[in-house]
Ligand binder design. Structure first.
Ligand SMILES: NC(=O)c1ccc[n+]([C@@H]2O[C@H](COP(=O)([O-])OP(=O)(O)OC[C@H]3O[C@@H](n4cnc5c(N)ncnc54)[C@H](OP(=O)(O)O)[C@@H]3O)[C@@H](O)[C@H]2O)c1
Length: 350
């Protein structure tokens, strides 16, 4: 993407993550190597807006109604994300060269089959747009198809925020480890469960720890998606698909959640210098990839054992560089918004 090119953004989903992204984009605008503007927004219940000349996304992030951002000069507001995409792509084609369409997909994760994210990404790539997303659904349920579709369309599909909230895992391997093969990985990829296990170590029961996370806004009202390991399984499927060239979905990941953890045993392990952690792992053996999420008692010298509360991390077993570890000390929505921004900037590179 040449530096003089302008990037037109279409936001599919305009909830907490997309709004933080808009705010971050505004705050860091001067540091970006290209100009951007938001030309479309789609939501489920708050309407859609298209404005080929650009709309006031920061105002929308502050609460201006999405419907009020629509430019009536381009007809009625789009009915849904698909119509918005088609009309935004057509407006870009009419405007000619020098504009690149990037779709920022942040609709809810579809735990059954990755929808609607999978369908949105497919439609965006087919329209020739690049895609950045924090939604786990597309890469967890349809990686080989979407990867190939992006290649066929000459478009890019990026999702750094879907797994480790901005910790650069996919870009690390893609951009800085040419020719290196990842043979296996182990990681701590879910904030809620890691926080819960740290609280259990401090003397809480599972239910008390989950209630604390919910009161702090870290865990969802229904925490079973985290506690039973489903969120970690989705992230494990993405990591296995991309890093190990697998073709799996979260349903293919062997999964044991936190309900099997004995709090007394976890505290005894901690007292003895070890730590019980929910470990996501996968490896290639005899030509096929197996993946698992399960509580594991780790020795104290294991780098993953030292990741407490909101810390996360990943250990990559590579063929040329041995084991590479990457960790971060905290997680949060700003980190996810940053991941989207970093992915957007990465599109600028050849
Ligand atoms: N929150 C985090 O810290 C975090 C971290 C990492 C990844 N993620 C992922 O990022 C994504 C967004 O999360 P979020 O917290 O921003 O979610 P959110 O606040 O629930 O927002 C979701 C947005 O998607 C819209 N939407 C739902 N279905 C749609 C459809 N079919 N077409 C168009 N728009 C649709 C919703 O519309 P309405 O406004 O009308 O409801 C809403 O604007 C999710 O996939 C999530 O798993 C989130």
């Amino acid at each position: 993407m040449p530096a003089t090119e302008r990037v037109d953004l279409v936001l599919l989903g305009f909830g907490g993550v997309a709004k933080r992204f808009v705010e971050l984009l505004e705050a860091r605008r001067a540091r970006l190597p290209f100009a951007t503007r938001v030309i479309g927004v789609a939501t489920a219940r708050h309407g859609c807006a298209l404005s080929p000349a650009g709309l006031d996304a920061p105002a929308a992030a502050r609460g201006k109604a999405v419907a009020a951002c629509h430019d009536a000069a381009c007809g009625r507001p789009p009915r849904d994300a698909f119509e918005l995409l088609a009309r935004a792509a057509a407006a870009g084609a009419e405007a000619g060269a020098g504009r690149r369409l990037v779709v920022v997909e942040n609709t809810p994760y579809g735990a059954a089959d990755g929808r609607p994210g999978v369908d949105h990404v497919r439609a965006a790539l087919d329209a020739g747009a690049d895609v950045v997303t924090a939604n786990k659904g597309p890469a967890a349920f349809a990686w080989p198809e979407l990867r190939d579709r992006a290649a066929a369309a000459g478009a890019r599909f990026r999702f750094e925020g879907a797994v480790l909230d901005g910790l650069p895992v996919f870009s690390l391997v893609r951009d800085t480890l040419p020719g290196v093969a990842v043979r296996a990985f182990r990681g701590i990829v879910n904030t809620t469960t890691n926080h819960v296990l740290s609280a259990i170590d401090r003397g809480r029961t599972l239910d008390e720890a989950v209630a604390e996370m919910q009161a702090a806004g870290i865990a969802e009202a229904d925490a079973s998606h985290d506690v039973d390991g489903w969120d970690a399984a989705a992230k494990t499927a993405i990591l296995a698909n991309v890093l190990l060239d697998a073709d799996m979905t979260p349903h293919d990941v062997s999964r044991t959640g936190l309900r099997t953890v004995d709090p007394a045993a976890a505290r005894a392990a901690r007292a003895a210098g070890r730590a019980v952690k929910l470990v996501a792992s996968a490896g290639r053996r005899n030509g096929s990839v197996t993946a698992a999420v399960r509580p594991v008692e780790l020795p104290g010298h294991d780098p993953l054992a030292r990741l407490d509360d909101t810390a996360k991390g990943l250990s990559l077993d590579t063929d040329l560089l041995g084991t590479i570890q990457i960790t971060k000390s905290a997680s949060g929505p700003d980190h996810t918004a940053y991941a989207l921004l970093a992915d957007l900037v990465s599109l600028h590179r050849p």
